[in-house]
Design a protein around this ligand. Structure first.
Ligand code: C2E
Ligand code: CA
Ligand code: CA
Ligand code: CA
Length: 280
């Protein structure tokens, strides 16, 4: 038994070493990835539920490595966050998204589309985000109202006062702030009163379970009602079926995003979709 235990430990430890090695290797590769042109932004269209008009898009980072292939953000964003590299990549993403969105044509009904950019909790440290945002807007010429920032619920809980101050500074630049993955954190609905956000994105896990689980449907309905009472926009993400879309429309959800409407597309394709007034 002793022997087996030892072997077992050794095996486990080797597997661990392997995982650590892989992470270190990935971190090294990620360091120069932007400069080598391996990182790109994909855009996932966001539609208004009322008339299914394309109104904006979320910028999603993609990494195409020459040897490792396509590495999903669920893997490399984590590496970037743990290593602190996100503090270098995050600003590049923001700048690039502003530059690209500033070049988008107007939609068929003459409106400018918004671009929604993910901001990692680590980028909120140091308090430089508001000035970076102002700088990116100035450089790109993108109107502030067309930039949305997606912060996670967990990034703004803990220190409500600090969060409120940060949001205030961000709002003064004219951008909109959305809470991403809403409902998955522990802050709950009452938190919405203390943290002045413009929108919430209902997490895709709720959308996925809504039809099966009455609790998830009840919670989704409550989020929409509460958000609306506070004048907050509601976006649902991860819509994969028409039935989910219909149910969310019926409950009054404002905006919708998901594979059923459109997968994330390239920078070129989003421009074509805007020109065509693509209703999905
Ligand atoms: P997220 O912010 O929650 O982004 C939505 C994710 O859901 C995207 O995955 C999107 O492709 C996926 N998705 C969209 N519609 C559907 C659907 O109908 N069904 C399902 N199952 N999934 C759907 P993606 O692109 O793999 O990104 C994963 C996560 O990586 C993002 O989750 C976000 O947290 C992070 N991420 C991506 N780009 C950036 C970035 O530029 N900066 C930061 N900080 N994080 C990023
Ligand atoms: Ca997001
Ligand atoms: Ca999300
Ligand atoms: Ca997420």
């Amino acid at each position: 038994a002793k022997m087996a235990g030892k072997n077992c430990y050794r095996y486990y430890s080797r597997a661990m070493d392997h995982a650590v090695e892989r992470r270190v290797h990935m971190e090294q590769e990620l360091r120069g990835a932007w400069e080598r042109g391996e990182l790109r932004l994909a855009y996932q269209p966001i539609f208004r539920t009322r008339d299914r008009r394309l109104v904006g898009a979320e910028a999603l980072l993609r990494w195409q490595h020459p040897a490792l292939g396509t590495i999903p953000p669920s893997v490399f964003i984590d590496v970037a966050e743990q290593s602190g590299l996100i503090e270098v990549i995050g600003p590049k993403v923001l700048r690039a998204a502003c530059m690209e969105a500033a070049q988008w044509p107007r939609s068929v009904d003459g409106e400018g589309l918004f671009v929604s950019v993910n901001v990692s909790p680590r980028q909120l440290r140091g308090g430089e985000l508001p000035s970076l945002v102002a700088q990116c807007l100035l450089e790109s010429g993108l109107p502030a109202a067309r930039l949305h920032l997606e912060l996670t619920e967990t990034a703004v809980i803990g220190d409500e006062l600090l969060a409120a101050q940060l949001l205030d500074k961000l709002h003064r630049t004219g951008v909109k702030v959305w809470l991403d993955d809403f409902g998955t954190g522990f802050s709950g609905l009452s938190h919405l009163r203390q943290v002045p956000v413009d929108g919430v994105k209902i997490d895709k896990s709720f959308v996925a379970d809504m039809q099966r689980d009455p609790d998830d449907l009840a919670l989704t309905t409550a989020i929409i009602a509460m958000a609306h009472a506070l004048g907050i926009t509601v976006v649902a993400e991860g819509i994969e079926q028409q039935a989910q879309f219909d149910l969310l429309c019926q409950r009054g959800c404002d905006l919708a995003q998901g594979y059923w409407l459109s997968r994330p597309v390239t920078a070129t394709t989003i421009v074509q979709m805007i020109e065509k007034g693509d209703g999905g």
